[in-house]
Ligand binder design. Sequence first.
Ligand SMILES: Cc1ncc(COP(=O)(O)O)c(C=O)c1O
Length: 319
Amino acid sequence: MSETSTYAYFEGNFVPLEEAKISIMTHAFLYGTAVFEGVRAYWNGKKEDLYLFRLRDHIERMYDSMKIMHLELKYSVDEVCKLAIELVRRNQPRTDTYVRPGVYKAAQRIGPGLQDNPSQLYIFTVPFGDYFHGAPGLKVQISSWRRVEDNAIPARGKIVGAYANTALAKTEAYNAGFDDCIMLSEDGHVSEGSAMNLFMVRKGKLVTTGATDNILEGITRNTVIELAAAELGLQTEVRHIDRSELFLAEEIFFTGTGAQITPVIEVDHRPIGTGEPGPVSNKMKTTYIAICRGENPKYRHWLTPVYSSRESQVGASHS
Ligand SMILES: Cc1ncc(COP(=O)(O)O)c(C=O)c1O
């Protein structure tokens, strides 16, 4: 059993990772014309199994992103799920792992057009720990960069080129000494974090920004909305959030495949609530992680066990 990944899925085959290489003339490299997903697989040492979290939902969202970007594959959603499971099995990780499937425009030519431009699928895996290096709560800034608008590059699609926007915002925050940032839309309302959605608790209510606030419609966001109602007895209000509401919130937390549930304890040098992770954030975090690790049978339908079942069961889609 190796701790590092060995194989990738590339141009229709499982190949050693070091052989999965594209030309510098590839369209996706020249113009950012690719989409991707990030799926976490959680290692459970007691059960000696690895659980992919909401695999099918991620692949379905990748197909939505592909539709926006005129990308097409000969595979079905289920076939891509099976390829992802097969790749993880081949790599045999016994640790938390990130699975990255992506689809890209593979023509080798000059000119940004998406037409007459073949699409290719790739998948690779890497070991993946805590996205924020174990920080219990984040100090963030409101970015001076605005989130990409739906009529420019739709944030609803997980489009590679759009991550230049994310990279500028994240780097600005890092250079200014913050852990991360919150991005606003051009209309001045809160959109999301650099690669995560945002929730706040204000006057005892759980609130998150809407699908039309230039966000990626997060799978963790959807999970949290469901868990808040079922496990914490909290309905989520989905609405615009003003910048100044953030300063007055009792709690703020980010959600995302990478970020999982990460409390925000300071925004633009103002402590949020007590300045410590609050009770809703903490409860949500422990509930979420227990589910991801396969410790809550009620939510097993969100998990795809990699080793314990030989059949390629791919998990249920969005409720
Ligand atoms: C821009 C952006 N927003 C939000 C998210 C959170 O989405 P999810 O919970 O589906 O990972 C991500 C990460 O995937 C992201 O890249």
